[in-house]
Design a protein around this ligand. Structure first.
Ligand SMILES: Nc1ncnc2c1ncn2[C@@H]1O[C@H](COP(=O)(O)OP(=O)(O)OP(=O)(O)O)[C@@H](O)[C@H]1O
Ligand SMILES: [Mg+2]
Length: 460
């Protein structure tokens, strides 16, 4: 129950806090009362002592002593034996007072106040005051002891303790019940918040939690939740456009395939005609397969599935390998590659090569024939930037902003079947993001620059 309910948990916490506080109060009050009662008993002992002491001191003769004996009997019986007086001496003639309770040794008592527990556990302790009176005249030195029975005082203390425990017990029960009720009332806004969240429908746009109706403490939570909704909305939009793009890209080759096959089946064809048709179909199928492979690669890169293959590498060496890989298309257009700078980075080697190969492949396609493509590697404090520069026609700025989107091409002819389908730069972007970086592009003075950054990190 306490694991599942915050209200029950809060009520338990209130109760534990109250029990601790009430016990501390109860102990303090009891100790204070006990001290005060003991003080009262000492005052009473002092009073009784001073009442009788002058009589003892002034009685020196044997006759006087007989008179004192009579007074002593009166004193000891007057309050039902609650207060007792004893005089002891080496001379038995000077012994006064009734029988001494078991467990009390009058001779062993120290001068001043003392407390003696009686062997009978039901009886309350005796509080005593003892003093030694020096010899005077014929009278020897005496030991004078006054004792009071603490039963009335202890009774008060016990009664007080009982009331205190009773109040504490009911107080704790009240706090537990009220605590539960208060915390349930306090939880109402959270219930309202979860009711709001229940009404959210997947895929529906512009759904937000209403923050104004919530208490201040829940604002941060609701804002964070709204942030998740915004991100989810974006992801949803991306997913929808991705689906639309994929369907669009696959539709053209599929339509071609179906059209050609239907045409071939519409009448008798020679073996040569059928071979031509199958060759053309194979091209379309290869194009579809390449789109699917790129999309799979993109989705794996975006989900960071390659992160396990991270290694410390020289980016210059890796760039060299990517350039060698693209040598056939570079040679075809009489292009050369120049690598400037170097940096050592902690990257996924396969992703880095793929990313750079994509940029180089674009460069080799769009560079002025016979020109040089530069690969610049620049290291700064927090990032390493890798860019590919090629001479070529300037790209309009409104295209620049969108080039890294999936399936976006400057020529825009999505319907045309070609070997390039506009996924290369979005793969570069996803790879840069996997490495904590981003992409950049600019086109000025006849030079087009496409590049990406990698975050400098010891080990990601
Ligand atoms: N170096 C460049 N010079 C001029 N335009 C470029 C350059 N690189 C890319 N582009 C433009 O950006 C578009 C998108 O490039 P991207 O690499 O994403 O796709 P693609 O090269 O058309 O196809 P893919 O890379 O999937 O085979 C290209 O179609 C081209 O219009
Ligand atoms: Mg490309």
């Amino acid at each position: 129950m306490f694991r599942k309910s915050i209200s029950a948990r809060l009520a338990l916490m209130f109760t534990v806090a109250t029990v601790s506080m009430a016990l501390a109060y109860a102990v303090c009050l009891r100790v204070t009362l006990q001290e005060s009662l003991e003080k009262q008993m000492h005052n009473e002992l002092q009073f009784r002592y001073s009442l009788v002491e002058p009589m003892i001191v002034s009685r020196a003769s044997a006759y006087d002593w007989q008179l004192l004996k009579a007074k002593f009997v009166n004193l000891s019986t007057s309050e039902g034996g609650r207060v007792q007086y004893w005089i002891i001496s080496d001379d038995p003639f000077y012994h006064l007072g009734g029988p001494v309770p078991q467990g009390v040794n009058l001779r062993a008592l120290e001068d001043g106040f003392s407390k003696v527990d009686l062997p009978d556990a039901k009886k309350c302790p005796l509080f005593l005051m003892a003093s030694t009176l020096p010899a005077s005249g014929n009278r020897p030195a005496l030991r004078y002891v006054v004792a009071i029975d603490s039963t009335p005082y202890m009774g008060t203390l016990e009664e007080f303790t009982r009331v205190l425990l009773f109040i504490t017990f009911f107080g704790v029960i009240m706090v537990a019940l009220l605590g539960y009720w208060i915390s349930r009332a306090g939880m109402k806004p959270i219930k309202a918040l979860s009711a709001q969240s229940h009404q959210l429908v997947p895929g529906k746009q512009k759904q937000r939690l209403c923050i104004d109706s919530l208490p201040e403490e829940l604002h941060a939570l609701a804002e964070a939740f709204n942030g998740v909704l915004v991100r989810q909305e974006k992801a949803w939009e991306q997913l929808e456009s991705f689906n639309a793009d994929v369907a669009h890209e696959l539709k053209t080759p599929l339509t071609n395939l179906i059209g050609q096959t239907q045409l071939a089946l519409s009448r008798d064809r020679s073996v040569e005609q059928l071979q031509n048709m199958l060759g053309s179909n194979l091209e379309e199928l290869e194009r579809m397969s390449s789109i699917i492979n790129d999309m799979l690669f993109l989705s794996h890169a975006q989900t960071g599935k390659f992160a396990a293959q991270m290694a410390q590498v020289s980016l210059r060496n890796e760039s060299q390998k990517a350039a060698e890989y693209l040598e056939p298309s570079l040679t075809e257009r009489h292009l050369s590659v120049r690598i400037n700078g170097d940096a050592t980075a902690y990257v996924d080697r396969r992703l880095f090569t793929r990313s750079l190969a994509n940029l180089l492949s674009n460069g080799s396609r769009y560079a002025r024939e016979g020109s040089t493509i530069d690969i610049n590697i620049v290291q700064s404090d927090r990032f390493i930037s890798v860019s590919v520069l090629n001479e070529g026609a300037e790209i309009e700025s409104y295209h620049l902003e969108r080039l890294f989107e999936r399936f976006y091409r400057v020529d825009g002819s999505r319907t045309q079947s070609s070997s390039n389908h506009g996924l290369g730069l979005s793969i570069v972007k996803a790879i840069a993001q996997v490495h904590g970086g981003d992409v950049f592009v600019n086109s000025r003075d006849g030079v087009n620059t496409f590049g990406f950054t990698l975050a400098v990190a010891e080990k990601r």
